[in-house]
Design a protein around this ligand. Structure first.
Ligand code: G1P
Length: 293
């Protein structure tokens, strides 16, 4: 398949997941709306996509995710109230959020897995490479991870997945690759497997939640083959892409927090607070236990 190397403009956000690891709070709150200090998790992914040059954002949502749509929309009542109270800074902030990006929403009607969620975005990305951001994985670093992957895509062409070396006892949570190290963080992917047992994992390199994907993945996903956990897995479709199209991995630079887990979410909050000049002392004082707030 010959595809143009036009800049990647579209980015999919699979956000239909139930967030069971955060129950009971996720009984009523979308996990993507949990706060990292005072902004929802999803806003970090959206800003990363925009900073990476993507302008068309497509959220693959499910039931109980309306709050994401509302967050990125205008909120006239709130805006009027803030204006009438003279809180113009806050008013401007609220309007800015709704003007951040043009976002389309597509419903994933059944929870059939990440591969199926990506397939739900097919009609928007049929003929071009596109980005995928799994917003649970929040990255903090100088250069957005998606833009690091896009740089590899520009140089080498093809599909690119984010890679991180993880400890063996955590490897079975991820898609794992067998690869050839090409230098400078770039790996040629030879094989990949979704959530292998730790003694069967082909390496310590796990796939993290950022992808630049070829649209050639759609027909493979559409076959609907079921993999790990009884779900249609993106990793399985990408595995079958290897051989017909180049698939690269990139060991990204930056820090990752898995905000789909309580540990990662808490660590991200602490890290962001430590980086904030006003909140840094609060974290340090509260650890010392010397002060009331
Ligand atoms: C998904 C992917 C997996 C990847 C992970 C990164 O798994 O299927 O390959 O390693 O995201 O966060 P999930 O976290 O949805 O189980």
């Amino acid at each position: 398949m010959v595809l143009s190397m036009d800049p990647v403009k579209k980015c999919l956000f699979p956000v239909a997941g139930l967030g069971t690891r955060f129950l009971p709070v996720t009984k009523e709150i979308a996990k993507e709306m949990l706060p990292l200090v005072n902004r929802p998790i999803i806003s970090y992914g959206v800003e990363e996509a925009l900073a990476s040059g993507c302008s068309d954002l497509i959220m693959i949502t499910g039931r109980a995710k309306r709050s994401i749509e509302n967050y990125f929309d205008r909120s006239f009542e709130l805006e009027e109230l803030l204006k009438s109270r003279g809180k113009m800074d806050l008013y401007k902030k609220m309007v800015e959020i709704s003007e951040l990006a043009e976002i389309l929403y597509v419903r994933q009607r059944e929870p059939l897995g990440l591969g199926h969620a990506v397939l739900c975005g097919e009609r928007f990305c049929r003929d071009e490479y596109f980005g995928v951001i799994l917003p649970d994985d929040v990255f903090l670093g100088e250069t957005p991870i998606l833009s690091q992957l896009l740089e590899v895509h520009r140089r080498w062409g093809g599909t690119v997945v984010a890679l991180e070396k993880v400890p063996r006892d955590e490897i079975s949570r991820y898609g794992v690759v067998r690869s050839e190290d090409m230098g400078n963080g770039v790996h040629r992917i030879l094989d990949m497997v979704e959530k292998p047992r730790s003694d069967e994992a082909p390496s310590d390199y796990a796939i993290m939640g950022r992808y630049v994907l070829s649209p050639a993945v759609f027909p493979l996903l559409a076959e609907g083959r079921v993999g790990a956990g009884g779900e249609i897995q993106l990793t399985d479709a990408l595995r079958r892409l290897i051989g017909s199209e180049p698939v690269w991995g990139y060991v990204y630079q930056g820090r990752r927090f898995d905000c789909g887990t309580q540990k990662g979410w808490l660590a991200a909050n602490i890290q962001l607070a430590l980086e904030d000049p006003e909140l840094r002392e609060v974290v340090l004082d509260s650890i010392k236990g010397s002060k009331n707030f």
